[in-house]
Ligand binder design. Structure first.
Ligand code: CDP
Length: 195
C-alpha cells in the first residue's frame, strides 16, 4: 500500500510530534525533512559550499546534533537556494511512495514534494505559542527564541522557490489552543477518513 501524509507549517508548530504519532498509530514510515536542510546547514557551518553539501548528503549526516538555533538558522538560509532543494527532491519523493505508507513533515511537502498526498495537514499556532514551545525545548532567552522563529518564518514564507504555504487542499490545524493529544486525535481522524 502507498499512502502519503504531508505535514507542513511554520517552525515549532508541532509537526514532528504529530508526524511521529501518526506513523506509530498507522505503522507508516516517518521522515522529518527539516533534518535534511539542517544537515546541509551544519555542513555549511563547518565550511562547505551549500549546493555541494546537499549533493553529498549521507544518512550519517542526519545523526549529528542538529536541533539547535544556529543550525536551524543555517538550514533556513540554505533552503532558499533552488539547487539545494533540487538535490533533496528524489530522496523525499521515494520515501513518500514507500510501501506501507509514509508521513513527511516540512514546509513544501503538500505543495511541491507530494502534491498527490492522500492527506495534507498545515499545522500552525501563534508565534508566541510556538516560541514558548521551542524555548521550553531548547532553553535560552524567550525574546531571542521568538525573534528567531519570526525571522525564520519570514524567510521560509517569502522565498521564491517552494515557499512555506498551505496547499489549497490542506486541512489547517491551528494548535494554539489545543493540547498535543487533541491535535493528534484530529490528525488521526483525518487520516482514518482517507484510509
Ligand atoms: O523544527 P522546525 O519546525 O523549527 O524546523 P525544521 O522543520 O527542522 O526546518 C528547519 C528549516 O529547514 C526551516 O526553517 C526551513 O527553512 C527548512 N525546510 C524547508 O525549507 N523545507 C522543508 N521541507 C523542511 C525544512
Amino acid at each position: 500500500m502507498q499512502f502519503t501524509v504531508a505535514i507542513d507549517g511554520p517552525a515549532a508548530a508541532g509537526k514532528g510530534t504529530i508526524a511521529r504519532a501518526l506513523a506509530k498509530r498507522f505503522g507508516f514510515g516517518v521522515l522529518d525533512t527539516g533534518l535534511l536542510y539542517r544537515a546541509v546547514g551544519a555542513r555549511v557551518l563547518a565550511g562547505e559550499e551549500a549546493v555541494a553539501a546537499a549533493r553529498a548528503l549521507r544518512p550519517d549526516d542526519l545523526e549529528g546534533d542538529l536541533r539547535n538555533n544556529a543550525v536551524a538558522e543555517a538550514a533556513s538560509r540554505v533552503a532558499v537556494i533552488p539547487e539545494v532543494r533540487a538535490a533533496l527532491v528524489d530522496f523525499q519523493r521515494a520515501f513518500a511512495r514507500r510501501e506501507g505508507g509514509a508521513v513527511l513533515d516540512g514546509r513544501d511537502i503538500g505543495t511541491v514534494i507530494c502534491p498527490e498526498a492522500e492527506v495534507k495537514l498545515y499545522v500552525t499556532a501563534s508565534p508566541e505559542v510556538r516560541a514558548r514551545r521551542r524555548w521550553k525545548e531548547l532553553g535560552g532567552e524567550y525574546e531571542a527564541v521568538l525573534a528567531q522563529v519570526l525571522a525564520r518564518d519570514k524567510r521560509d514564507r517569502e522565498r521564491a522557490t517552494a515557499p512555506m504555504k498551505p496547499a489549497p487542499d490542506a486541512h489547517v490545524l491551528d494548535t494554539s489552543d489545543m493540547s498535543i493529544t487533541e491535535a493528534v486525535a484530529e490528525a488521526v481522524r483525518l487520516v482514518r477518513a482517507r484510509l
